[in-house]
Structure formats: structure tokens, C-alpha cells
Write a new protein. Structure first.
Length: 152
């Protein structure tokens, strides 16, 4: 269920980048891609993406640097890290910097799609919660208390 959601895929391997982009496009999402760290970070900052799929090893900047840059400008956007050279340390570093999840290559496309849908659903719930809290504050906050007592 895409609901007009947009996904950015940042990967330096053309085959993987095209495959993942096509996966999301065929699932009904709007998908864009970038081949390296600097252009991926620029795309993430210039566009409004609901999810980013980010390779760890990129030319120009490593994935953790790109992740950090994305989180500085769009902290609520979930980022799924993908790598062929997975280690526990890099996974922990990515999660500490705010990555939603960490997947090692090779992976099943279904696995990536399930993780992406779960990340988008969590983002939707967070956005809805934020909206409802704002509505409650607006409706029941002190700004809406109107006194009827005569001036003292």
C-alpha cells in the first residue's frame, strides 16, 4: 500500500540500484535513486522522501556520513541501511545514528519490501500521533479557556 509515498535509493552498484528502484516503483511507490553519497545526500535534502534505502559503501562519502546528514535535515525519515560487508560494529553505529534497520547483501527483495512497509507504517503512526497531540493541545489547551467571571 503506497499511498503516494516516495522512496530514495542510494547505491553505487547500478544493477542493485535499478533493481531496488524498480521493486518500489512496481509496488506503487514513487522511487528515485542516486549513485553516490554526495548526490544522494543532496537528493535527500532537496526532496521530500518518506523513506531512504542507503548502501553503506559509497564513493564520495560513506553511508554513515550520508545517514548523519539525512538525520540532521530530516530526522523523522526512516533510513534502511544495506551493505555487502556487514559487521556488528557498523550495524550498531548505523542504529545509533538513527537508522531504522540494517540489512546485509545478498537479501531477498521481499525482505526489503517488508522492512520498508514496516518503516513507513511506523512513520505514519508517529505522524498521526503528533497530529492528534497537536489537535488535543489546540482544543483543550489554555489558549481556549475563556473566562466569564466579572472583572475584579
Amino acid at each position: 500500500m503506497s499511498d503516494g509515498k516516495s522512496i530514495l535509493v542510494i547505491d553505487d552498484e547500478p544493477g542493485m540500484r535499478d533493481l531496488v528502484t524498480r521493486l518500489f516503483t512496481e509496488a506503487g511507490y514513487s522511487a528515485a535513486s542516486a549513485p553516490d553519497g554526495p548526490s544522494g545526500l543532496k537528493a535527500a535534502r532537496d526532496g521530500e522522501f518518506d523513506l531512504v534505502v542507503l548502501d553503506m559503501s559509497l564513493p564520495g562519502m560513506n553511508g554513515l556520513e550520508v545517514l548523519n546528514g539525512i538525520k540532521e535535515t530530516a530526522p523523522d525519515v526512516p533510513v534502511i541501511m544495506v551493505t555487502a560487508y556487514g559487521s556488528t560494529k557498523t550495524a550498531i553505529d548505523a542504529l545509533r545514528l538513527g537508522a531504522y534497520d540494517y540489512i546485509t547483501k545478498p537479501f531477498e527483495l521481499d525482505e526489503l519490501q517488508v522492512v520498508a512497509e514496516r518503516a513507513l507504517e511506523q512513520r505514519r503512526v508517529i505522524d498521526e500521533n503528533r497530529f492528534l497531540r497537536g489537535e488535543l493541545k489546540r482544543q483543550y489547551g489554555f489558549d481556549n479557556i475563556i473566562g466569564t467571571a466579572p472583572d475584579v
